[in-house]
Write a protein that binds this ligand. Structure first.
Ligand SMILES: [Zn+2]
Length: 249
């Protein structure tokens, strides 16, 4: 079963790469067949096998030998890995479907945020729809959890953004509202806490090794995505551990 889940994750991951490239360019993700971004030659089916084609072609286009970004196999592998974790964590419950699609959507959001410093509104809308489906399907979540989750992080972020005059991106705020509806208020708070912790730590490391200056903007989306996925998979455990650690339980 694990192998099937991985293969499915790789195939969907390959489609995600198309989305990441075309959505910011406002190109259709379905009607135009896959082509090399260097020479525009239409790709043959045997050049479209996730990860393996990249390895066989040694990361270059068959026709023009333009370098293919390492990001393609990385996105495919990450998507496959996330689907496997979903399968281990949730089994074949119905609510694994919105959760798998959320994983893929967050991968696309992270890559587009790194490329363009923007989070597409369409992807946020998709998470809201997925969130409604998830509340409906996941028995551990109530409508109240979702509705409080919608505002629990997004409203404080909005207030900080208004006070600091644009310290936090509008896309980040919308993402945390939508994801809060999906995960419920406990997990969205955990997700935000993890994201800030990792982002702060990474920022410090980047400044220390002088890769980035203090003023450079680092996209927050990938950190939020990491926090959201960690909270989705381990949220309950993290809260338990924290309460135990704090001596409350
Ligand atoms: Zn080419």
């Amino acid at each position: 079963m694990e192998v099937l889940v991985l293969v499915f994750g790789l195939v969907i991951g390959s489609f995600l790469n198309v989305c990441i490239y075309r959505i910011p360019r406002k190109e259709s993700v379905v009607t135009v067949p896959s082509h090399c971004t260097g020479c525009n030659v239409k790709l043959k089916p045997y050049d479209l096998i996730p990860v393996f084609s990249f390895l066989i072609l040694k990361g270059r286009c068959r026709t023009c030998s333009e370098k293919i970004s390492i990001r393609y196999p990385v996105i495919e592998s990450l998507n496959a890995l996330l689907y496997l974790i979903c399968y281990w964590r949730f089994g074949f419950a119905f609510h694994i479907i919105p959760k798998m699609i959320l994983c893929s959507t967050l991968l696309v959001i992270s890559a587009i945020d790194i490329d363009t410093q923007e989070i597409p509104n369409g992807s946020v809308l998709l998470i809201i729809i997925l969130g409604l489906a998830n509340i409906f399907m996941d028995p551990s979540l109530t409508w109240k959890d979702g509705l409080i989750g919608f505002i629990a992080v997004s409203v404080p972020m909005l207030i900080i953004a208004l006070i600091s005059n644009g310290g936090m991106g509008g896309g980040d705020i919308k993402l945390m509202a939508a994801a809060g509806l999906f995960l419920g208020w406990k997990n969205i708070l955990t997700a935000f806490f993890i994201a800030c912790l990792i982002a702060g730590f990474s920022g410090m490391v980047l400044i220390m090794i002088k890769k980035r200056g203090r003023k450079d903007k680092i996209p927050f989306g990938p950190f939020l995505a990491f926090g959201l996925l960690t909270a989705m998979f381990l949220g309950q455990d993290i809260i338990q551990w924290y309460l135990h650690f704090a001596g409350i339980l």
